[in-house]
Design a protein around this ligand. Structure first.
Ligand code: ZZB
Length: 275
């Protein structure tokens, strides 16, 4: 599985948990399969109970992600632990990567941090909680595109509508209030048309909770399928282009500008998850 890791740069106010790397180039690195939707990023999600680390990369920058993903990246040669040469899988799996922040970073400690998301129309977006994140997929960090990802839409909607939920995580209203859903691509089928397909399907299927797994899966399947086959870009450099073509163009632009890196999900680690 090839994911694109988007580099979301941590900016002031600096989170306390990252104090030891203050002033350095620190990024949260969500894994995405939908680089063409990055114009619509409204926030970033982490798992509150998830365990993350801050891992130094070969260029001196620091990636905040799961240890599992850091090992996978090391396997691909993203760290300089082995004189810049190929990093053997065995060495990576023996724990060559080391977090440059002492102790573990809980997702909870990252909530409310501000990050700069490449291509997003918003200057800075905030780190918010998502309880359905799997720590054994991607990096454990997810970038949120509520226009086209149903899981992202409902979780943001809940945080906007429920002050008690924000209180539970110590989040101010500012972290969600002004972040309206951004239309990124139009899907037009014979039955329906929408510029914010995830929002459209969440409402149509009457999804009211992020725990509504069955309906969310249905909404996700529909938006994924039609987004790729029928979607046309509405914004950015490739406005007017089909999603199926824009996807690789935006991916390549993000890689070329240094705003993203590739992450190949290692087979071995996926297999070991199921025993
Ligand atoms: C931006 C985006 C925009 C995404 C969209 C989806 C959609 P898959 O197919 O199940 O592998 N994701 C990444 N890592 C995780 C994780 N650890 N736990 C939960 N969700 C995760 O799904 C890959 C997508 O799931 C990724 O692409 C990411 O969200 C999220 F408009 O990034 B995506 C209809 C989906 N639309």
């Amino acid at each position: 599985q090839e994911y694109v890791l988007i580099k979301l740069r941590v900016v002031e106010p600096w989170p306390e948990v990252l104090e030891s790397v203050r002033g350095r180039e620190v990024y949260l690195v969500p894994a995405t399969l939908r680089p063409e939707t990055m114009y619509g990023q409204t926030n970033c999600y982490v798992l509150p109970e998830g365990e993350y680390g801050a891992f130094e990369q070969a260029d001196g920058s620091v990636f905040v992600c799961s240890k599992r993903a850091a090992l996978g990246l090391a396997h691909q040669g993203s760290t300089n632990q082995h004189d810049g040469g190929f990093v053997p899988y065995a060495a990576a799996s023996m724990g060559v990567v080391k977090s440059v922040v002492p102790g573990t970073i809980k997702g909870r400690d990252l909530l409310g941090a501000a990050v700069r998301a490449p291509l997003s129309i918003y200057d800075a977006v905030y780190v918010l909680p998502l309880t359905t994140i799997s720590m054994s997929k991607g990096t454990g960090v997810v970038t949120s595109v509520p226009s086209d990802a149903p899981d992202d839409w409902i979780a943001l909607h809940e945080l906007k509508e429920q002050p008690e939920l924000r209180d539970k995580y110590g989040l101010s209203e500012d972290t969600v209030a002004k972040f309206d859903v951004v239309p990124v691509l139009r899907i037009e089928t014979e039955e329906w048309v929408s510029d914010v397909s995830a929002a459209y399907w969440c409402e149509k299927l009457e999804i009211t909770s992020s725990k509504d797994a069955d309906k969310l899966k249905k909404a996700k399947d529909i938006t994924y399928l039609h987004g790729f086959s029928k979607g046309v870009m509405l914004v950015g450099k490739y406005a007017g282009t089909k999603v199926s073509e824009a996807k690789v163009l935006v991916r390549n632009d993000l890689l070329a500008s240094g705003d993203a890196v590739l992450y190949l999900e290692p087979e071995e680690l996926v297999v070991s998850r199921s025993g």
